[in-house]
Write a protein that binds this ligand. Structure first.
Ligand code: HEM
Length: 462
């Protein structure tokens, strides 16, 4: 039960609120999340932005995040940025409304695909993709774009482990047309996510809206072909996520996913599953370059464990605890999914002061929650992977670290992300000296996820 507010109070709002339009001044359509994190640093652990009567509250303190994560009072909200993704991914797992039956069905069908045991079946594919990346780096080792290289890796991994599709990322210089369409579509969605008056008209007049529809049609056509090919020539045993979706029935209802939903899930895995992991790897390489002692510690662990340079047995990946801590600490400082939305199930009061109506939305801003000094200490901005040693993790409230979201709608596949990221980072540490041209301030691009921009590296075989 939530205690009633002793007095009605509204959270602080950004400066320069204007009549009717509300808090539109100071909106940053290019880097909205970084602006939001800055606003929280200025205004405290909560603030509210009103635009044309719409209220959105942002939470950036661990205590308030713990309240908003309480599933008895709050639930996932499919807020505007996710609604704008729905023309591409429909009722796929990430964007399904809580009441849509396909969420529970797909969740039940796909959960077994992401257990630690299932990772064994993806391991060889993941390892092959990392090996292809290394072969490409051995040929071209200078002036590599860090984020772009990591994106090739994760896209290729999810394409092959998900539905046996090769984008050929390491075979050619130009982008696969599907990837070009996806990038263009995600750029459009990112802009649509911010309610800027007049945007829809602008997009129609400039033809951008039509281009977006064409991008989506192209993506649908490619994925529908992949599904049709597999239906025509099914595997005997499930080998990837697509096999599982086509061959398995929901244990509760006995129903299967229909063809449109299978397409929605595939597109969801591509959209939700490649930039989050690739940017985490790129941020990790950036942080390790700035902290050579931490890089040496992680590398010493890999060298000690991987005595055979060429093959990495599945079991050894989970043993790389230092590498895992590097990734955990990276996702603390740079949560590549920068936040998630929650909506109140009923009228409530947040922080004992702020009345919230049923259905009202709050965004949990992870970069602020993950650096709340009341939990993480005064050195909260420092990169210190040992924060994730087991005794330190146990001593902290769980709600202060949520890079994969919270509750039933958190990402069930985090094992997949960790396995691929650990395997890739450990291989890079073992095989190469990485020299990144470090800018004094990191430029971080936003396209639903956070991504380090403009980092170039040279890799040298050890
Ligand atoms: C470092 C890597 C990753 C991070 C930081 C991350 C982050 C997140 C977060 C914060 C959510 C919750 C969103 C919300 O509450 O609205 C989420 C959900 C989801 N993610 Fe990820 N993710 C990662 C990797 C992946 C990968 C590799 C895939 C696909 C293979 C994926 C697919 C999904 C899906 C399908 C959901 C929706 C789950 C549901 O509602 O049932 N993610 N992820």
């Amino acid at each position: 039960m939530t205690t009633p507010a002793s007095r009605t109070e509204y959270p602080p709002h950004p400066p320069k609120r204007v009549p009717v339009l509300g808090d539109v001044l100071g909106l940053d359509p290019v880097k909205p999340m970084q602006k939001t994190a800055g606003m929280l640093a200025q205004l405290g652990p909560i603030y509210q932005r009103r635009i044309l009567g719409l209220r959105l509250t942002f939470v950036g303190g661990a205590e308030l995040a713990a309240e908003v994560n309480d599933d008895t009072v709050w639930q996932k909200a499919v807020a505007r940025p996710l609604q704008k993704l729905r023309p591409i991914v429909g009722d796929g797992l990430f964007t399904a409304y809580n009441h849509e039956p396909n969420w529970a069905k797909a969740h039940a069908i796909l959960a077994p695909a992401f257990t630690q045991a299932s990772m064994r079946s993806y391991h060889d594919t993941m390892r092959d993709v990392v090996a292809e990346m290394c072969t490409a780096w051995d040929q071209t080792s200078a002036d590599l774009d860090v984020a772009a290289e990591m994106t090739k890796l994760t896209l290729e991994t999810i394409g092959r482990c998900g539905f046996g599709y090769r984008f050929g990322s390491f075979d050619r210089a130009e982008l696969d047309p599907f990837v070009a369409a996806m990038n263009s579509a995600l750029g459009y969605v990112q802009k649509q996510g911010i309610p800027i008056p007049g945007r829809a008209l602008y997009d129609t007049v400039t033809g951008r809206a039509r281009e977006h529809r064409r991008d989506i049609e192209h993506m649908f056509a490619v994925v529908d072909d992949v599904i049709a090919d597999r239906q025509a020539d099914p595997h005997d045993e499930p080998r990837d996520l697509l096999d599982l979706m086509l061959a398995t029935a929901d244990p509760d209802t006995g129903e299967r996913l229909d063809a449109v939903n299978v397409r929605n899930q595939i597109l969801t895995f591509l959209v939700a599953g490649h930039e989050t992991s690739s940017s985490a790897l790129a941020f990790a390489l950036n942080l390790l370059s700035r902290h050579p002692a931490e890089a040496e510690k992680a590398r010493a662990e890999v060298d000690a464990l991987w005595t055979e340079a060429s093959t990495v047995p599945f079991e050894q990946v989970a043993k790389l605890r230092t590498v895992r801590r590097v990734l955990d600490e990276t996702l603390r400082l740079w949560p590549t999914a920068p936040g998630y939305f929650r909506e109140a199930r009923h009228d409530t009061v947040l922080g004992g002061r702020y009345p919230i109506r049923a259905g009202q939305m709050v965004m949990v801003v992870l970069q602020r929650v993950h650096t709340d000094p009341s939990v993480w200490g005064e050195d909260t901005g420092e990169f210190r992977p040992d924060r994730f040693l087991p005794d330190q993790v146990r001593a902290r409230p769980g709600h202060a670290y949520k890079p994969f979201g919270t509750g039933i709608r958190a990402w069930i596949g985090r094992q997949f992300a960790y396995h691929e990221m650990i395997l890739a980072l450990a291989t890079i540490l073992r095989r190469y000296d990485v020299d990144i041209d470090l800018p004094p301030t990191l430029d971080v691009r936003e396209q639903l996820t956070l991504k380090p921009e403009g980092l170039r590296m040279t890799v040298t075989r050890r």
